[in-house]
Design a protein around this ligand. Structure first.
Ligand code: CDP
Length: 240
């Protein structure tokens, strides 16, 4: 038995419907929402501002302090509030992905706080969070060398699939499922974040990168349109 049909009817290379909007948190310097299907993330940016505690200050550059959290009822089995090993790891990889495109030398001794909150989770939350955070940084007017866009590519049995859901991640027949979240830069298509959960042959990994490039281009288009003030909801657009 091979994986022939996706449970939600999408084509193998099809993203879930995207929602994207900036300016959702008026008190923040920048904010955004990014959703892919049932995965919904919001991000708020505060700063750049003088860093406290002082011992963390870097006299030659600023730092990005990124927090990732899930609302307790964002998942079917209530997520325990507060930091966990998983949330700390995702905060760190998200912050690193963002830091690679921000010219932090412009902000000595400063911090840019980036808070990512997952409102609802159906896999790919780190990708949705990074997409929202990159939009929120741009919305805050933080100068970025390039934009970044993120998507999780999967290998389910022998098929490379774009933007996998939790149900797909949990596929155990045949070769099972491999989850590969990618974050790519908009112009130079560099990888600023890549994780791999499962196993995959090198040639199939290259294939997954090609799928990520195409998918990130679509994500980028939504991010850019949202930053121009559009309220993007592909759920509504598909019903028109
Ligand atoms: O969300 P992402 O794919 O970036 O990270 P993951 O750790 O691979 O989690 C995959 C999915 O598992 C999440 O998106 C949630 O749908 C689910 N999950 C959960 O139900 N409860 C948790 N405490 C953590 C994750």
């Amino acid at each position: 038995m091979t994986y022939e049909k996706r449970s939600d009817g999408r084509k193998m290379d099809e993203l879930r419907p995207i929602m994207a909007k900036v300016g959702i948190i008026p008190n923040a310097d920048g904010s955004a929402l990014f959703a892919a299907g049932k995965t919904i993330a919001i991000a708020a940016v505060y700063g750049p501002k003088l860093l406290h505690p002082a011992h963390m200050k870097k006299p030659d550059r600023g730092i990005i302090r990124c927090n990732y959290n899930m609302l307790p009822f964002s998942v079917s089995e209530r997520a325990r509030p507060g930091p966990s090993r998983r949330s700390k790891e995702i905060g760190m990889v998200s912050g690193n992905a963002l830091a690679s495109v921000v010219d932090l030398k412009r902000f000595p001794n400063a911090v840019i706080d980036v808070d990512i909150m997952i409102l609802q989770a159906d896999a790919g939350t780190r990708c949705a969070g990074i997409n929202a955070a990159a939009m929120a940084l741009a919305h805050a007017g933080v100068v970025m060398k390039e934009m970044i866009s993120s998507v999780a590519i999967g290998k389910i049995d022998d098929k490379i699939v774009t933007d996998i859901t939790k149900e797909e991640e949990d596929y155990h027949d045949g070769e099972g499922a491999t989850d590969i979240p990618y974050t790519l830069t908009s112009n130079t298509k560099q990888i600023t974040h890549l994780q791999l959960d499962g196993k995959i042959q090198v040639n199939r990994l290259k294939e997954s990168y090609e799928a990520a490039k195409i998918a990130c281009e679509k994500v980028l288009d939504c991010q850019k349109r949202a930053l121009k003030g559009e309220d993007i909801d592909e759920n509504k657009e598909s019903k028109k």
